[in-house]
Each structure stands twice: as structure tokens, then as C-alpha cells.
Ligand binder design. Structure first.
Ligand code: LHQ
Length: 261
């Protein structure tokens, strides 16, 4: 059984973390397959949005702690190897993907699993789902971008509390604190996540890629630098076919037909 399931429906590439008996905990094979699926999403013009979810009762429990590579043994273990070869390239790939990634958090998202979910662009969570910054419980620090994302999404007081206490928070609290886009009733999660993904897959893909770039850069930029970046990216957006189509459709009072170009 493959640890990642990939299927395409219209312009949406659905990727499912598929180690349900391990709560979709990450091992090297799962990392490799997930990165390959995201590379395919980046390269294939027919893919215009990605939908990421988990099989079974969890989204992901983060790193598989029973894997030999990360188990503390007699000699000190170097966890930077795992971050450098797996988690960091994954988060970079996700944030740099010039197409939107929707996440349907179907159950518990713990450790790196939580931060991988939060690194997606539009995060929906089932009402019964939960998020745990489990790292401190095993003596580690939030990784997979957690120390960068949490204060930006929820503010530093909540980020620090989440990281230090490692408490499990409900999807509703995650929504209230601004960590995610929206909570959805369990039975509606996949329907709604697909509907948003499909809508995004029919949008101005090039413009979406550029706006992701702008928003992701904003956290490290002054207003001055960001204004320059907006000017440069808007130049590119203005050269897209979809910009022409969007304006033409607006003036003709009809729905636009974006091609993603
Ligand atoms: C697991 C796991 C798991 C293996 C549940 N691994 N089996 C990066 C670089 C390098 C190294 C280290 O880490 C990282 C990043 C990280 O992600 S560190 C953080 C790793 N994750 C965790 O610490 C979370 C550990 N899991 C939990 O806290 C709980 O299992 C959660 C809150 C996810 C779910 O709780 P429950 O719903 O009560 O389920 P459970 O605890 O009973 O787990 C069910 C089974 O899954 C159980 O196995 P068993 O054989 O007893 O049924 C767990 O041992 C197993 N499992 N997480 N990460």
C-alpha cells in the first residue's frame, strides 16, 4: 500500500497521506512520495490546485517516532539531517509552489503534521479535528516552519503558549485564533474542501502564484520593499492572459474563463 495516494479530478490534484495505522506519521518514503507529487503539481499545467488530506482518523502525527533514523540511540542523534533532507525541502516546496494548496485537516494534526497543515494556503478543518504542537513534550522545538508561522498566524503570546505547553487545541480554537481559514462539519469537510480547490483550479493560476509569492515575502519585508515587490509582480500579472480575460469578462458582464496563463 502506497503511503501517499494521488488522484486528479479536473484541475485539482488530490494528495492523501496514507499510513492510517500510524496516524499518517511521516517516514522517508512518505516524504519522498509527497515531494514527488508536489513536483508533479508544479510541473503539470493541467494541475491548477492541490488538495492535501489524510486517510483514516488523523491528518498526521508528524514524524514517525518509531523510525530508526530519528530514534535516540547510544550515540547522539543528529535530527538536523532529517530536517535538512525532508521537512525543510517539503515546506519550501509547499510555500514556493506557484499554485494554491488547500488542506483538509480530517483529524488530529500533531508535531510536524500540524505545521505542514498550517503551511498550506487555505486550511479547512473538520469540527472534530485538533492541532498539537507536540514537540516540547519530547524535548524538541516546533519545526517544519512552526516557529516562523505560529507567531505570524496567532501572535507571539499564543505561539509561545502553544509551543511550551503542547496542549491539544480544537479546530474551533484554531479558527478563532486565526491559525486556519475555517472549521467545517465533519461530514462536509471533503465536499467543501474539494469545492474550494475546484474553484481555485478554475481561477487565474498565474496571478495566484504571484500573490502567494507577495504574501509569503511580506513577513520579511519593509513596506517600502513590499511596495517594490508588488510593482514588479503586478507587472507580471498584468501581462497574463487571465488579466485580459478578467477585465474583458467584467466589462462584458459575464463570468471569466481563466486559462491559468
Ligand atoms: C505514533 C505517532 C508518531 C509513531 C502516534 N510516531 N507512532 C522532525 C525531525 C526529526 C525527528 C523528530 O521529529 C520531527 C518533527 C516531529 O514531528 S516531532 C513530533 C512527533 N509527533 C509527536 O510527538 C506526536 C506523538 N503522538 C501523539 O501525541 C498522539 O498519538 C496524538 C496526539 C497524535 C494522537 O493521540 P491519540 O488519538 O490518543 O492516539 P494514540 O496516542 O493512542 O496513538 C495511536 C497509535 O499511533 C499509537 O500506537 P499503538 O500501537 O499504541 O496503537 C501511537 O503510538 C501511534 N503514534 N503518533 N508520531
Amino acid at each position: 500500500m502506497s503511503s501517499i495516494l494521488v488522484s486528479q479530478d479536473a484541475g485539482v490534484l488530490a494528495i492523501t497521506l496514507n499510513r492510517p495505522d500510524k496516524l499518517n506519521a511521516f517516514n522517508p518514503e512518505m516524504h519522498q512520495l509527497l515531494r514527488a507529487a508536489l513536483a508533479h503539481a508544479a510541473d503539470e499545467a493541467a494541475v491548477r490546485a492541490v488538495l492535501l488530506t489524510g486517510a483514516g482518523r488523523a491528518f498526521s502525527a508528524g514524524q514517525d517516532l518509531s523510525e530508526r533514523e530519528v530514534a535516540p540511540g547510544a550515540a547522539p542523534i543528529d535530527l538536523s539531517v532529517s530536517l535538512g533532507s525532508h521537512y525543510n525541502p517539503l515546506i519550501r516546496r509547499m510555500r514556493e509552489l506557484p499554485k494554491p494548496i488547500v488542506c483538509a485537516v480530517n483529524g488530529v494534526a500533531a508535531g510536524a503534521g500540524a505545521n505542514i497543515a498550517l503551511a498550506c494556503d487555505v486550511v479547512l478543518a473538520a469540527r472534530s479535528a485538533s492541532f498539537v504542537q507536540a514537540f516540547a513534550k519530547i524535548g524538541l522545538i516546533p519545526d517544519s516552519g512552526g516557529t516562523w508561522l505560529l507567531p505570524r498566524l496567532a501572535g507571539s503570546a499564543r505561539a509561545m503558549g502553544l509551543a511550551l505547553l503542547g496542549d491539544r487545541i480544537s479546530a474551533e480554537v484554531a479558527e478563532k485564533w486565526g491559525l486556519i481559514w475555517k472549521v467545517v462539519d465533519d461530514a462536509q469537510l471533503m465536499k467543501e474542501a474539494f469545492s474550494i480547490s475546484k474553484r481555485l483550479s478554475e481561477g487565474p493560476t498565474k496571478g495566484y502564484g504571484l500573490l502567494k509569492k507577495a504574501l509569503n515575502a511580506s513577513a520579511g519585508n519593509s513596506l517600502d520593499a513590499q511596495l517594490d515587490l508588488e510593482r514588479d509582480l503586478q507587472r507580471e500579472a498584468g501581462h497574463s492572459e487571465d488579466y485580459r480575460e478578467g477585465v474583458a469578462a467584467f466589462l462584458q458582464k459575464r463570468a471569466p474563463e481563466f486559462k491559468g496563463k
